[in-house]
Structures are given as C-alpha cells and as structure tokens.
Design a binder for this molecule. Structure first.
Ligand SMILES: Cc1cc2nc3c(=O)[nH]c(=O)nc-3n(C[C@H](O)[C@H](O)[C@H](O)COP(=O)(O)OP(=O)(O)OC[C@H]3O[C@@H](n4cnc5c(N)ncnc54)[C@H](O)[C@@H]3O)c2cc1C
Length: 384
C-alpha cells in the first residue's frame, strides 16, 4: 500500500494552493455576500484548465480522468479557499462533463465535452424535483417521444450552477409510470427553446455557487442527445452520483482543512488568562479531533478515487467518503467557531462562513441518512 502522492499530484497540490490563495481567498467573503462567483476567478479557472479537470487532453481537458486522486486534490485545494468554488468545480466536472466522457458517444463528446472542458460552458446535473429528492425514482419531468425528438416538460429544483449552465444533464421520465426502469438522461443545451431558469435560491451556505430552479416547457431534444440508453436513466444517474460524491467528499475535506488551519492559527494567537488558548487542553483536544476527522476523510476520499481509477467497484467507497467527509467538515467547522469564541460568529473571520458552508455537504448529492442507508443495505445484502 502506497500512501505518498506522486510527483505530479504533489505539483497539482502546490500549484492549485498557490492559485487559490492568490485569486480565491481574497474575495471569498465578498463572493459569499454577493452570492456570485467572481468573473476574474472564472477566467483564471479556465486558463488553469480546472473546468477540464477529469477530461482527457484530446477533448481539451487536463487529463485527470484516470487520476481521480489528482482531481480530488484540486477540488480540496479550491474548497480550502472557498467551498462555493469547490462545489461549482466538482459538480461541473464530476456529474456533468465526466459522465459525457464516460458514457457519451463520440459525437456527443465533440458537440458538448470540448466546450465543457474549456469552461466555455458550465455543466449542471438535474435530477432533483419538488417531489423527488432522496427518492430520486419519483422524477415527474416527462420526455415524450415525437419522431426523432423527445419533448421535455417539467421543473427541476436545486440544480447547482443551474442558472449559469450551458449544458445540462436532465433526468426525465420516458415511460407512463413513475418507474426507475422508465427514466432517461438527456443532454440539453440551455439555448433550446422552451428552457428557462426559474428561482435562484437564497441559501445558508456555499452562497456564491448558483442553485436554481429550471423550467422545461415543450423543450425539444433530439434523440441523439440521450446519454446511454433510453430507460436506463435511473441506473445511470446513480452511477453518475457515485463518481460525483468523490468530488463532494474532496470539497468537504478542503473546507474542513481550512477550518482546522484557522483554528490552529487563532489558538496560537488568542491570549486569555495570560496564555494562548492553545495551551488549554480543552482547545487542544478539539484540534486533535478535528485533525483526525479530516485526515480520515481525506483517506476515505483517496481510497474511493483509487478504486475508481483501477476499475474496481467504488460506489460504496464513495458513499462512505462523502458521509465521513461531510461530517468531518461539519465537526471541524463547529469546532472552529467554538475555538474562535464570539469572534467565530463575526463576518470578520472566515469560520462563520465555513460553518454555514459545511452544513450543505451533509445534504447535497444524497443526505447523510441516505448514505448510511446505501452503505448498510449493501453490507446487509452481502451478509456476514
Ligand atoms: C445547495 C444544494 C445544491 C444541490 N445541487 C443539486 C444538483 O446539482 N442537482 C440535483 O439534482 N440536486 C441537487 N441538490 C438536491 C439535493 O441532492 C437534495 O436536496 C437531497 O438529495 C435531499 O433531497 P430533499 O431536499 O428533497 O430532502 P428529502 O428527500 O425530502 O429529505 C428530508 C429528510 O428526510 C430524510 N430522508 C428521506 N428519505 C429517507 C429515508 N428513506 N430514510 C431516512 N431518512 C430519509 C433525509 O435524509 C432528510 O433528512 C442540491 C441541494 C442543495 C441544498
């Protein structure tokens, strides 16, 4: 078993950290307040090829499609600076661009993937609806075949980057019944007539990331835009999320790491009772527990990434990584606010943002309850 990063992965970490420190950290608070990602960072992200993270170079990507540990490192470092940029990059790559690379036809890759990899278009994954959250099989958005096209009608909610996305993966119901065997994934261009962006959510955390309602009214999509096979959309959506959760886990690791570092710095600087608070065992134990939680989350994330890259089954590992990492981030952010005392609640310190951002990780791409359900169901099915 090898625990050290490759030279390339070390370099990715170093370069991404420098980039994130220089461009993202200084404006993270402002972006959170404005609820908007910064344009200048956007351009730099394009130049750095972060939107093509896990796409092969032949489609304009950075070629980390078979180095998911390298990809996780990028997401971790970006999220250490701002979890809103972390989720935007993770979702774009993990559940929009990568699935087109993995399951798409050559024609679809030429048509959609190249622009996604270059960041000319942002990708979104649209599964959730008002009545289909954890129970993703309850999708009601319909796609009815009409000649060589399908006509989409319905509304998606909570789509990350929905309001800024140019290419959307939309999970629709293609049969009469609400059945997992009657769903299909469509690639939809945002310029298609009948498509519009609805409400932009005003959220507690990752506020700079766009989360939107998306409306489909007689949206005609050619059948060649089906990703995979008709009727296999539910299975495909679950596979897409298996990979996506590695990115979310990495996002949570980065956020937790930021909370830990802020806590160490503050514990060394803040003096009470004539000594830095870091000398008090109560603070030391918090820091130790936060550090252990984050390190185990990182290892879980790398393991899921490794299993993916060697072609092994990685779905349960990615569920475990997402569960452990989101709860580690929450623990670290909670500890960070406590260590900062009253200042931890003030906007002047980033830990109040970390706290709000961390809560989100326990919800999106499957809640902690759903991860536990999936992990336990798998174990029980296998037996002792
Ligand atoms: C910021 C943000 C970004 C998001 N981005 C996307 C995106 O890009 N694309 C997309 O499709 N969706 C996205 N989502 C949606 C997200 O995946 C769902 O919110 C999530 O899966 C939970 O669904 P729900 O909100 O409907 O909660 P519900 O399913 O209504 O759950 C409510 C509560 O009940 C629990 N619960 C539900 N069923 C069970 C069960 N069987 N056993 C035990 N407990 C259960 C849940 O764990 C939760 O605690 C996003 C959400 C947020 C907040």
């Amino acid at each position: 078993m090898e625990f050290s990063l490759t030279e390339k992965q070390k370099m990715l970490k170093k370069i991404t950290r420098q980039f994130a420190e220089e461009y993202i950290v200084p404006i993270a608070r402002e972006s959170d307040e404005k609820q908007e990602l910064d344009d200048k960072v956007f351009q730099k992200m394009k130049e750095m090829n972060y939107f093509g993270g896990c796409i092969p170079e032949e489609y304009g990507g950075a070629g980390l499609h078979n180095d998911t540990i390298g990809f996780s490192i990028i997401i971790e470092e970006i999220s250490r600076a701002d979890a809103a940029w972390g989720i935007t990059t993770a979702v774009h790559n993990g559940v929009a661009a990568y699935p087109i690379y993995k399951y798409g036809t050559e024609e679809q890759k030429q048509k959609f993937l190249i622009d996604l990899a270059k960041g000319n278009k942002i990708g979104a994954f649209c599964l959730t609806e008002a009545n289909a959250g954890s129970d993703a099989g309850g999708v009601q958005l319909t796609a009815v075949k009409d000649g060589d096209e399908y006509i989409l009608n319905g509304t998606k909610i909570f789509a990350t980057s929905g309001g800024i996305a140019g290419t959307l993966l939309v999970v629709a119901k293609t049969g009469e019944k609400e059945s997992r065997k009657q769903m299909t994934v469509f690639i939809v261009d945002n310029k298609t007539p009948g498509y519009s962006v609805g409400v932009k959510e005003d959220k507690m955390g990752v506020r700079a990331s766009n989360t939107s309602e998306l409306v489909f009214q007689d949206v005609r999509v050619p059948q060649e835009n089906i990703l995979g096979n008709p009727g296999e959309g539910f299975k495909m959506a679950m596979k897409i999320l298996d990979f996506g959760r590695i990115g979310i886990a990495a996002q949570c690791v980065g956020l937790g790491q930021a909370a830990l570092e802020a806590s160490i710095k503050y514990a060394n600087e803040r003096v009470q009772f004539n000594q830095p608070i870091g000398r008090f065992q109560a603070i030391q134990w918090k820091i130790a527990d936060m550090s252990c939680a984050i390190e185990s989350a990182r290892l879980f994330t790398f393991k899921a990434a490794y299993l993916h890259d060697i072609g092994s089954e990685f779905g349960i590992a990615s569920s475990m990584a997402k569960l452990v990492a989101s709860e580690a981030a929450m623990q670290a952010a909670h500890g960070a606010v406590q260590i900062h005392g009253g200042y931890g609640l003030m906007k002047a310190y980033p830990v109040e943002r970390y706290f709000r951002d961390a809560k989100m990780g326990e919800i999106y791409e499957g809640t902690s309850e759903i991860q536990r359900l999936v992990i336990a169901a798998n174990l029980l099915k296998k037996g002792a």
